[in-house]
Ligand binder design. Structure first.
Ligand SMILES: [Zn+2]
Length: 881
């Protein structure tokens, strides 16, 4: 703002004043404080348009020009609500609340005629998405006549903040613009604008930026205002990337959005992002790998939009690139989920990001302003909408075709999921239903002659039970089903931006099968969400209450019991009461040790059962038919642990956030998040358990001795991912060794020394393991794995592992056969040989304490959750065992 005023003054007082001001600029560090015009007239929004004067512009409403300040989320919402009141074209729709309680809203903008028959337009659109119930003539008519549904999503990454500023100008023009282009959009489409997909992250960035911004515009990328602190505003409250959550919907932001998405099912969807400020605008198309199941016209159609954006940029001399980056393979992005739902899912990326501030000097000396970043997104928003309108019928036709069986290229006729409520199956089924997937349940036992299993991909005769679940692929959303369920996706290229497998049965560690022929069994549609049985068994004068540890929500029940100050034990060995066997880990509340609870126990157990979602059984005796009795010393008293989760640099905020979410939100166990810089002075004796997330860089080695002393005195140190590799012999913690790749033989020059320059990054990529499912073998007689099946699909994202040795208690190791080791995704043969038989989950006892090693991520994005029970065990059971 200030420099703009100075610029004006320069014009006013040409002469002496100019030389005085110039001197100020020259003697200062001029390159950092140069005369940056935050409002360069190059970036005026479509000059010459007439606007309805009764409708307030962002500038008039906010009191500043877009690009001169960042706008807090509440003001963005208020602007849109005002727009909704002023314009007949605009309506506002709430769709949920964030973790931090911010209201999520989207806008629908369309012309008067469409507005009057919006319900009918919506219904017609959904009819195209279910070809089973529509005849060809009606479909043709709808394709020809129905307006397109075009959805633009802004600011999913909170610190890529220009797009939420841009959408205010986009909405204003759509609401008030009197020009022909705007009118054509309003007449031919229903525009859905999601102004901010991640308000918690955006406000984290914006409030921080405002607190850090200088009075004199500063374009130095290293200044504090350009240097956002850990964890940054990219992620949501729990430090999750919401642009990876479109399929799994772990978070309320995603769940609300997908519900709205399914009500509308647009023909195009664009996700607005930002990247490093030295990079030029990215627009479609991207690079490989692609989802090869997408219908053939997808490529050309997405290119149409890229070319439309480029035409706008050529006119304004804005720089851009295409094809050199960004794959659309992983279906959890905002740019790829829509594509498996009949839409053209697209991505745009603007240079800027949190280092962009309001203006930043790029490495080639250009001043990139926030105003330009807003302008660029504004330009592509209109170019894209207009291109969609020009191709409306083609897009409607493509949309309709995508849901037909002629575009189903998958080999499976059905995916079969045996009913098992003790794992994450119900989470998966409920997730599918929100995506509009029809889940069926067998009405009788049935046989499948060739049932392929997920463990090794081999087919065998399969016997299934009444009540088992079936997902048929002859339903409209076959593309989504096959993309999320196929054991292995075809990959035409092994270097990827994200993970190489996400197959849901592997991620959730389910027993699962597929059949290429539709099973012959009567089945019924599942019409309600699956919920875990909850309740309390007979409890007249109970001797003890028992919670089977295999239950999905048993750890949460334990946290609730602790919160109510119950003394709880856990069975180190199995027992059988005559009617069934209870697994290791099972929780037992002995009334003889909870005599203060006699009055409240019935209410308490009801409440715990209901709130946690578990079955609690009441036992009249402590004598078991087989296995241990309740008074056994193998019925181990559990202490409610004081837990510290290390956060801040040098930790990876994603893996820290996942541990935080798992314990705080999913398990409802109170934990402390401890800043790493505090560790040196912290009295560790206050804590029973410390969790170290994945590390970026290294842990300060002077802390190793302190940690060692604390462990020897009884602490439980849980080291995950990079921390697990570090807190070994490497740091002098103990004698545990990590697996090292064999060094190339020194004789002669290795052939890789002559790798061509242009191939070097490719050959590095081939050595990586980019998120691949490995077959893990689990010793679930160990408390670390209580309640975990003996086979576990673990997500491998590195080439690290531990060397097994007799003193290290190996709880999980990779399949010893390198050829059976990889279940899905990419890993080179050398890497498979290196890792076969090596340890990924282990416990090393040290003095009175222990170190728990979890080399692989145990709850990646909270959808690869098969291994997550090991963390709950490590925190809740292991300190006592
Ligand atoms: Zn982004």
């Amino acid at each position: 703002m200030e420099l703009i005023q100075i610029n004006k003054k320069i014009q006013k007082f040409k002469g002496k004043m100019i030389s005085a001001l110039i001197i100020i600029f020259i003697i200062g560090p001029s390159s950092l404080f140069s005369q940056v015009n935050l409002l360069n007239p190059r970036f005026e929004f479509t000059p010459g348009i007439r606007y309805n004067q009764l409708i307030t512009s962002p500038k008039d409403y906010l009191g500043y020009e877009l690009g001169t300040e960042y706008t807090i989320y509440a003001d963005v919402l208020n602007y849109f609500r005002n727009l909704g009141e002023q314009s007949e074209r605009v309506s506002i729709h709430p769709y949920g609340k964030t973790h931090e309680g911010r209201v999520l809203e989207y806008l629908i903008i369309t012309g008067d005629k469409n507005r009057k028959r919006l319900k009918e337009i919506q219904k017609n659109n959904l009819r195209l998405a279910d070809p089973r119930n529509i005849n060809a003539n009606i479909a043709k008519k709808i394709i020809k006549e129905n307006p397109g549904i075009y959805w633009l999503s802004y600011n999913v990454h909170g610190n890529e903040a220009s797009s939420t500023e841009a959408v205010m100008q986009v909405a204003y023009r759509l609401a008030a613009g009197q020009d022909r282009e705007t009118q054509a959009i309003l007449d031919n489409s229903v525009v859905i604008l999601f102004p901010c997909l991640n308000p918690d992250g955006r406000d984290r960035y914006v409030y921080w930026y405002k607190s850090a911004q200088n009075y004199v515009t500063n374009t130095d990328q290293f200044d504090y205002e350009h240097d956002e602190p850990w964890p940054g505003g990219r992620t949501n409250h729990y430090w999750f990337d919401l642009n990876r959550d479109w399929v799994w919907m772990v978070h309320p932001e995603s769940k609300g959005r997908i519900k709205a998405y399914q009500e509308w099912l647009p023909q195009i969807h664009v996700d607005y992002h930002e990247m490093g400020f030295n990079r030029n605008y990215f627009t479609m198309p991207g690079t490989t790998p692609r989802n090869l199941m997408l219908p053939e016209p997808y490529e050309a159609l997405s290119d149409t939009f890229g070319l439309a954006n480029i035409a706008a940029f050529d006119k304004h001399k804005v720089m851009y690139y295409t094809r050199e980056g960004f794959d659309f393979f992983y279906p959890g992005y905002g740019s790829s989920y829509p594509s498996v739902m009949g839409s053209i899912g697209m991505l745009v990326e603007q240079g800027g990001h949190s280092r962009g501030g309001r203006a930043v000097k790029t490495d080639d000396g250009y001043f990139l302003t926030l105003r330009q970043r807003i302008f660029d997104h504004y330009e592509t928003s209109f170019a894209t909408l207009s291109a969609a309108v020009r191709n409306r019928q083609t897009l409607n036709q493509y949309f309709h075709d995508t849901f037909q069986q002629k575009t189903n290229t998958g080999k499976s006729a059905a995916y079969i999921l045996p009913d098992n409520s003790s794992n994450h199956l119900y989470d998966v089924l409920n997730m599918l239903r929100i995506h509009g997937i029809e889940v069926h349940r067998a009405k009788a036992n049935f046989t499948v002659n060739k049932a392929f299993n997920y463990e090794d991909g081999e087919a065998d005769r399969g016997l299934f039970k009444k009540g088992d679940f079936l997902i048929y692929t002859d339903q409209p959303r076959h593309l989504f089903i096959n993309t999320v369920f196929q054991r292995e996706m075809s990959i035409e290229d092994s270097i990827m931006y994200d993970m190489s497998t996400w197959s849901a049965p592997l991620a959730y560690n389910l027993d699962a099968y597929w059949s290429e022929i539709k099973p012959r069994v009567k089945s019924e549609l599942v019409k309600e969400n699956m919920v875990h049985n909850a309740g309390v068994g007979r409890d007249r004068d109970a001797y003890a209450y028992v919670i089977d540890w295999k239950q999905r929500n048993a750890p949460k029940a334990l946290a609730h019991l602790w919160a109510k100050k119950y003394k709880v034990r856990s069975a180190r060995k199995e027992f059988n009461n005559g009617s069934r066997t209870y697994p290791r880990g099972t929780l037992v509340v002995l009334m003889g040790r909870n005599t203060d609870k006699t009055e409240s126990v019935r209410n308490d157990m009801d409440e715990v059962a209901e709130k946690a979602g578990v079955m609690i059984e009441a036992f009249a005796t402590g004598r078991m038919q087989d296995g241990i009795d309740f008074g056994s010393s193998n019925m181990v008293p559990l202490k409610n642990p004081k837990v510290g989760l290390m956060v801040d640099t040098p930790f990876n905020s994603y893996t820290a956030g996942q541990l935080w979410y798992l314990l705080d939100k999913e398990t409802e166990l109170g934990i402390s998040k401890l800043r790493m810089s505090r560790l040196k002075s912290l009295n560790l004796n206050k804590y029973d358990v410390l969790l170290f997330p994945g590390v970026r860089g290294t842990v300060d080695s002077s802390l190793v001795n302190k940690l060692k002393t604390w462990v020897l005195n009884g602490g439980t140190l849980i080291a995950t991912e990079g921390s697990a590799q570090f807190l070994t012999k490497k740091s002098g913690m103990n004698k545990v060794k990590v697996v090292e790749a064999p060094k190339p033989k020194m004789e002669g020059i290795p052939p890789s020394a002559y790798t061509r320059y242009e191939d070097r990054s490719d050959s590095l990529g081939l050595k990586r393991i980019p998120g691949t499912a490995f077959y893990g073998i689990i010793d679930n007689s160990h408390p670390l794995a209580f309640g975990v099946p003996d086979r576990l699909y673990t997500l491998k994202q590195s080439v690290s592992a531990l060397m097994p040795n007799p003193s290290l208690q190996t709880v999980g190791y990779y399949h010893k056969d390198p050829m059976k080791l990889k279940v899905s995704g990419y890993a080179s043969v050398e890497n498979r040989k290196l890792l076969a038989g090596k340890t990924f989950a282990a416990v090393q006892p040290m003095g009175s304490g222990k170190i728990v090693y979890l080399v692989d991520n145990t709850q990646y994005r909270m959808f690869w959750v098969g291994p997550s029970r090991m963390v709950q065990n490590a925190v809740m059971l292991l300190p006592n065992m």
